[in-house]
Design a protein around this ligand. Sequence first.
Ligand code: BGP
Length: 491
Amino acid sequence: MAFPEGFLWGGAIAANQYEGAWLEDGKQPNVTDVLVGIMNRDPGIAWNEETGKYELKLNPNKAYLSHTAVDGYHRYREDLKLMAGMGFNSFRTSIAWGRIYPNGDEEEPNQAGIDFYKDMFSCMRELGMEPVITLSHYETPLHLLTEYGGWSNPKLIEFWRRYVTTCFTEFKGLVKYYLTFNEVNALFRMPFVAGGVLTIDNPADPTKPVDSTTLQDQWDAYHNFLVANAQTVKLGHELDPDCKVGCMLTCSGVATYPNNCNPVNIRVAMEAQRNNVFYFGDPFCLGIVPTYLKKRWREDGVKVEFTDEELELIKKYTVDFFSFSYYRSTVVEAGVNLGGDTSGLTGIENPYLVDKAPEPWKWPVDPDGLRYTLNVLYDRYHLPLLIVENGVGLDENLDENGTIQDDFRVHYIEEHIKNVAAAIDDGVDCRGYLYWGPIDVVSAGTGEMKKRYGFVYVDRFNDGHGTLERAIKQSYYRYKEIIESNGACLE
Ligand code: BGP
């Protein structure tokens, strides 16, 4: 197996799905704190006629499991030891923006938040793990949406600059790899969470979901993300010359296959790649605002204009590497209505895929699609690639021996990792494989505990009960072997 020396082997989680402690040590709510599942269109906010603003209003009938999550805020030391036990040399998590700037618009940071992450990142280093840190993983402070409309407002760029300046300064020497916005190309699929956008000047239309946003607001957010991303690269390089700043996109949309060789469908597949992945990837990596967007803006009836200075900034400050999530592929043809969820794009079923994750989620499994994705991305961007999410969620319970025989997960990682090796052999510069959810966390898409990705099990259930104790699944030992042999045991 062709894994280079220093290949990053590890796992990835996110603050909002792992930490809990949603209001501890000064933190204020962020966008995921008001949702049970990010695909849902009913955030726990309501319009207040008197103030003329949205305000927090959680649904008393819902279990917001992320508020406690798996208590990572208090247990990260023991959890990181478990990760080190598999031989991880890297670990990805996110900084919850609201721990550092609770409402997002403060002048001064919250020291308790800084201290918390300093300790966590030091702990990773002590255990031999390189921290790979997402600056924003669906964690925009809620206040920035209710007060300013979120990322459609250019003011967010200023607040963001303040936040990342604090991170680059405070975590200098501790963090080398930063990712800017998790799966930001899901902006149009999930404007509230992935885009951090809320339309606040024309609200409370009872016929529409609470989180409805206009297309203009969404494209304004796109504009601001492009500028903010470039500024992050610039600030990162200035404040901590040793750090590398990458983008993070959901890339299931790269493996978008045409249903047949009808030339129209070949074009439709190409457009799906552009409209779902490259429209962010091209500016982030190539420093250009793609010309193919002009038609889309016309069709969407929106106005998107960049100043010369902004275009210069985007051109000059492209990312150092490209990181992405990959869960599945999809099939398209002319006229198909492309849906999507946290797995990526959902089009037509692919009859050639033999595996499907078990009920109830049944995401199609396409390990070859990962090799294809790596090749397409490398051909287009010629940047080091980092896989920062790939994994399978299963409904699992401990057996009488206090473990789980998760053979499907073993099969899943083996097949995907073999395809990473094949892509490297194809000539792709892939620097790491970070499995999603090495410890059970709250599912992003459904807000449940039942959907478990971990090599390590956590005793917590959908109704919120559980001891939070950790247990090792059988896949833990297999991933350890793969890492120990640098992939050679898969030959
Ligand atoms: C990605 C998100 C993650 C993660 C993963 C799995 O889209 O970046 O936060 O959770 O999907 O999705 P889910 O938890 O819905 O199974």
